[in-house]
Write a protein that binds this ligand. Structure first.
Ligand code: UD1
Length: 341
């Protein structure tokens, strides 16, 4: 099978490549991949060039996206251009290709759920309103029932839940989902939307203020700085190791029907647990306070579909994954430049 990975040179692409190496693999990206594959240098918005690369491919794995929730508030046009227009550009390319691909696997995000669904003792399943600036300034972190104002308990995020994106980034992922799924029947491909939860591991950029929290904390700990935990640290995320995600992407290529599937572990970890896990290994402090605009409070996946449709169960525990990530950061010399943030 000829597979084209668009945006395939990045963090998730390099781990996916290991699991699809038995295919005829092509990477379309601005920078060359670090692994063996055909390579086309190109911009996601260059429809003509993209069309040439997509033409004759059996499947597309679409990984080209900007990924930071906080950064998206300051770079609206970039996020709309790369993420939303990028997906539109792929669809134009598929439409105009002589031989269209039969499958498109989209790397979407749990961010599309926004705050997601919660359980209220009185009102059952509810969708809390986004936390207001005033609530956050007062340190009132937990979402509340929109009907009675009581604190509510987070439910696992399920594929059929309502989508209520809370950041420009999340909205662009929803646009990608909409475009790729809505155009599938017209253009004759199957759309497999994978909603990644918090992906981490070797290869993730550690040195930017917008890096994922795990590589950011490891960087701070190795540099003997304190770890800055936002809110009260009791917000939760579902962290999934990147090799697990790579293998799931490979399995998605085998699906014969369109589907939308969560990609997580189903396990909630508080940011404070994560910070302590890293801080204790290094003897550094954890400082709690502040908050980030657009952050959701709780996030964990319901993974029944991932189990049944992809036959998959995550392998790596957070302890093993954090250790493997730190080893990679040390061995690959990621932290040589001490002046980086
Ligand atoms: C992450 C991904 C996003 C993905 C989403 C899916 C990155 C950069 N972002 O967003 O692409 O779609 O998961 O769920 O990989 N935090 C701190 N201190 C810090 C940095 C972060 O306490 O210095 C906290 C944040 O407030 C948040 C949690 O850590 O509660 C995770 O933050 P982050 O790693 O930036 O990821 P998400 O915003 O969840």
């Amino acid at each position: 099978m000829r597979v084209i990975m668009i945006g395939g040179s990045g963090f998730i692409g390099q781990h996916t490549a290991k699991f699809i190496s038995n295919n005829d693999l092509c990477v379309y990206d601005l920078v060359p991949p670090s692994f063996q594959a055909d390579y086309v240098q190109g911009d996601i918005l260059d429809e003509k060039r993209l069309e040439k690369s997509v033409d004759g491919s059996d499947a597309v794995i679409f990984l080209a996206s900007l990924i930071s929730v906080p950064r998206s508030f300051d770079a609206l046009a970039d996020y709309m251009n790369v993420n939303a227009c990028g997906a539109a550009s792929l669809i134009e390319a598929i439409k105009n290709a002589n031989k269209r691909p039969k499958k498109v696997v989209l790397s979407s995000s749990a961010a599309v759920y926004g705050e997601g669904a919660y359980a209220c003792d009185i009102h059952g399943k509810v969708y809390p309103l986004p936390r207001t600036q005033d609530q956050l300034d007062r340190g009132s972190w937990e979402p509340r029932c929109p009907y009675c104002g009581r604190e509510v308990k987070p439910l696992p995020q399920a594929e059929e839940d309502e989508l209520r994106p809370l950041s420009p980034y999340a909205l662009t992922k929803q646009v990608q989902e909409w475009l790729i799924t809505a155009m599938a029947p017209r253009l004759g491909y199957k759309a497999i939307v994978l909603r990644y939860f918090n992906v981490y591991g070797p290869g993730q950029r550690p040195d930017s203020p917008y890096s994922g929290v795990i590589t950011k904390f490891i960087t701070q700990a190795i540099r003997e700085k304190h770890l800055q935990v936002f809110e009260d640290g009791l917000q939760t995320r579902d962290y999934i190791y990147v090799d697990d995600v790579g293998e799931i992407n490979a399995r998605a290529l085998e699906l014969e029907e369109s589907a939308t599937i969560n990609v997580g572990t189903g396990i909630r970890t508080t940011v404070l647990q994560l910070a302590r896990l890293i801080a204790d290994r290094h003897g550094v402090d954890v400082v709690v306070g502040g908050y980030r605009q657009g952050d959701i409070r709780h996030s964990a996946a319901r993974i029944d579909l991932m189990r049944t449709m992809l036959g998959w169960q995550p392998r790596m525990t957070i302890e093993e994954g954090v250790a493997a990530t730190e080893n990679w950061m040390r061995e690959s010399g990621q932290l040589k430049n001490e002046s980086s943030p």
